[in-house]
Design a protein around this ligand. Structure first.
Ligand code: SAH
Length: 358
């Protein structure tokens, strides 16, 4: 067992099994041993590759989507450009490059990056100039454009199992030896932890709830309802709240046992977009989508952008553009599983990208 595993095992021996959310939060965010705290996980040499790393077209189109929102808002200056969980900083870097081509837009953007990892912050600082914050709530209020790609899937989830007498929390304990194992609490939760849409599920159903995600989506929506703006959430997940277990670990581009090597493998869960949508709408914002990533990027003109990039490119560059286009939009790659949802001020309900039914 690694050092974080030993620490968690000691806690479990002393005080009993811990919620899945606590295991996930420690595995990803422990100040010393957490997955994001000690290494750069993204890229061919890391554990996984994300859309902005696949092609510059991803960030460019999101930057232009933001420019259209800014124009509809009456071109406020300054306006926050906020990215949650910026990884290597590639997405915002691509956004800022296209922003230079829209008169007044780049100068209006006050760049704010929300990142908890010191290692990743340093890497982001070599890609973009801006101000860093640990939490979304620390960014000063004001009109804003925001993007979060593969951020919500890293927020800790609780798991609950339905039994005859109600919902029981699933926890992480130890098997007879020194290995982590899932255990289900013997007593039911005193209050229903799941939304009404899921409460009627049959016995044996498993449900995942992400309170931190609901808090962040609600906080974004409240700011937008008051100060104006638009936010894009891109992640893999489901359009309707649904039962099922989606917690997964990935290491070196392959699945890894979920409870092995905490802090040495990425841990994620599918995003429940319907739950985020309810949280955002309850704060007075309008929600667009979710729509599959492929549909969103095509509506924004990714094919035309790819044609433009291919003109004047070398044969190798043209192949990269074609493969980036395919990976971002093809339903067999990232085009269908990944979804895009926007939280916008009601005045911006006509923003492009969401005309196809989700
Ligand atoms: N958006 C990037 C990176 C995705 S990986 C891309 O698409 O390539 C997840 C990112 O979220 C990392 O930068 C990670 O350090 C950050 N992160 C994870 N949990 C966080 C939290 N609770 N608060 C802020 N950032 C977090």
């Amino acid at each position: 067992m690694n050092a974080l595993g030993e620490a968690l095992a000691a806690e479990i021996r002393e005080r009993g099994p811990i919620p899945v959310a606590r295991y996930m939060a420690e595995a990803l965010g422990h100040p010393e041993h957490g997955y994001y705290m000690k290494q750069m996980p993204i890229g061919a040499a890391g554990d996984f590759v994300t859309a902005p790393e696949v092609s510059q077209m991803f960030g460019e189109l999101i930057g232009l989507w933001g420019a259209e929102a800014w124009r509809l808002m009456g071109m406020p200056a300054p306006i926050h450009w906020i990215e949650l969980g910026p990884g290597r900083g590639t997405l915002t870097r691509d956004v800022l490059r296209v922003a230079d081509h829209v008169p007044g837009y780049r100068q209006a953007l006050d760049v704010r990056l929300v990142e908890t990892s010191p290692v990743l912050t340093k890497i982001q600082q070599s890609a973009v100039r801006g101000t860093w914050h640990q939490r979304f709530d620390d960014v000063p209020a004001g009109p804003m454009l925001l993007v979060a790609n593969e951020f919500f899937d890293a927020l800790p989830i609780h798991q609950y199992e339905k039994r005859a007498d109600g919902w029981h929390e699933r926890r992480v304990g130890l098997d007879g030896g020194d290995r982590f194992a899932f255990v289900t609490a013997s007593l039911p939760c005193p209050e229903t932890p799941v939304p009404p849409a899921l409460d009627g599920l049959g016995e044996g159903s498993m449900v995942e709830i992400c309170p931190d995600g609901l808090d962040v989506a609600g906080a974004i929506a409240e700011r937008i309802a008051v100060h104006g703006g638009a936010a894009l959430i891109v992640d893999y997940g489901h359009t309707q709240s649904a039962p099922g277990e989606t917690l997964q670990a990935v290491r070196r581009h392959a699945y890894h046992p979920v409870l092995a090597d905490p802090g040495d493998a990425d841990l994620t869960a599918h995003v429940d977009f319907a739950a985020l949508k309810r949280a955002a709408e309850s704060r007075g914002a309008t929600v667009l989508g979710p729509t599959p990533q492929g549909c969103f990027l095509r509506a924004l003109g990714i094919e035309q952008r790819a044609d433009a990039l291919r003109r004047g490119a070398t044969a190798a560059q043209a192949r990269d553009v074609a493969s980036g286009l395919r990976r971002l939009t093809d339903p067999r790659a990232m085009g269908q599983l990944f979804k895009v949802m926007a939280i916008v001020h009601p005045d911006l309900a006509g923003l492009e990208g969401f005309d196809q039914p989700a």
